[in-house]
Design a protein. Structure first.
Length: 223
């Protein structure tokens, strides 16, 4: 299988899971990736896909024609990608907005995860475009922050994230998986997900919850 085909297969498998199963798999493998405090701000739809990174902050923008933050990432994105934005400047300025949401949706982007403030969330809802963010603001990025880099390494909630990594986000939170770890994390998460589905079925069939969530459940994440 080609590298592109393998990546597509990994994304398809990731979309069948949820954040908690993937977070548990990372715990089992003693790896970092789960991020706290990034909320589901527009749709209630789960997203999963490969990451395209953007780093915003104060300073001088990249050389060339002026362009708004994150527009470079939208034009570079492949359908199904997730744009992940770092905005740690401390300036109350939007790392994402309404026209960006429309442009990203038309490009086929799966959603955006912003470690920073976002705005125009009502527009994102109207466009049915998933936005996850740290907080809400009305303040524009214009005149306040600039795009420092697209496609380089960033940090989100203390987790290092690179372009080409994988992300999953839902109502419980956001989890990143390094590209080099995706196969073993998926395998562990799929096992956990299947075991918990079997537990739920046992409850429906009348098994006591203290038995279902007993020693086997407590020790599930031990190697």
């Amino acid at each position: 299988m080609s590298a592109a085909g393998a990546a597509s297969d990994f994304v398809a498998r990731l979309r069948k899971l949820d954040c908690c199963a993937v977070s548990d798999a990372l715990d089992k493998l003693q790896s970092k990736g789960a991020v706290a405090g990034l909320g589901q701000l527009s749709t209630s739809r789960r997203i999963a896909g490969r990451v395209l990174t953007v780093r915003l902050g104060v300073g001088e923008p990249p050389a060339g024609k002026p362009r708004h933050v994150s527009t470079t990432a939208i034009e570079a994105a492949e359908p199904g990608d997730i744009i992940v934005v770092e905005q740690h400047s401390g300036v109350n300025a939007a790392s994402w907005g309404g026209i960006l949401s429309l442009g990203a949706k038309l490009r086929g982007v799966a959603g955006v995860i912003a470690d920073g403030p976002v705005r125009d969330i009502d527009e994102a809802r109207q466009h049915d475009f998933p936005v996850y963010g740290r907080s809400l603001t009305t303040f524009t990025a214009r005149g306040r922050i600039v795009e420092l880099d697209t496609g380089g390494p960033i940090t989100v909630g203390g987790v290092g994230v690179k372009a080409g990594d994988y992300a999953i986000a839902d109502g419980s939170g956001v989890v990143f998986i390094a590209a080099e770890n995706i196969e073993r994390v998926l395998a562990a998460a799929e096992e956990i997900f299947a075991r918990e589905a079997a537990m739920a079925q046992a409850l429906r069939e009348g098994k006591r919850i203290t038995e279902v969530m007993g020693a086997n459940y407590e020790n599930m994440l031990r190697n």
